[in-house]
Design a protein. Structure first.
Length: 151
């Protein structure tokens, strides 16, 4: 047996010299970076832009939920849900649980991003899923009397 520092160093060297991506994945990556990639990337960028607009505009009609900043990167929007915190101690986590349980919509609580008054929603899903989620949230808001869906 080797001393622990020597064993750790040898393990690191071995890990970096004897493992590599398979040739299949290397060829797949090469194909993804050549032959019409620009066209596909442009198509996908346009699709995400459309989804972002649908999500943004949909949230603008879900009072009292509001956007405090327009989405600028990734495929997420960050929505202020502070007006939905009806009970003492409510935070984004409790609102997220309510939306999942009562509207069937999964959102990420802002607590994990140091924003307990916000939730994160993804528009990286199919357009029809975005529309369905916004409709379900609107129906939930109407049923609780906490907001009005203007959709």
């Amino acid at each position: 047996a080797a001393p622990l520092p020597v064993a750790a160093a040898l393990t690191a060297v071995q890990g970096h010299t004897s493992s590599a991506p398979s040739s299949i994945s290397q060829y797949a990556a090469l194909a993804a970076l050549t032959d019409g990639t620009e066209t596909e990337l442009a198509r996908r960028a346009a699709e995400l832009s459309t989804r972002r607009t649908i999500m943004r505009d949909g949230i603008l009609h879900l009072a009292p939920i509001r956007l405090t900043a327009p989405p600028q990167g990734g495929f997420f929007v960050f929505a202020d849900i502070s007006a939905l915190r009806a009970r003492p101690g409510d935070d984004a986590g409790s609102v997220a649980r309510d939306l999942l349980e009562h509207a069937g919509v999964a959102v990420m609580p802002g607590n994990d991003f140091a924003a307990p008054d916000h939730v994160r929603l993804s528009y990286g899903v199919a357009t029809e899923d975005i529309v369905r989620a916004l409709d379900r949230i609107g129906t939930y808001l109407k049923s609780t009397g906490t907001g009005v869906h203007h959709g």
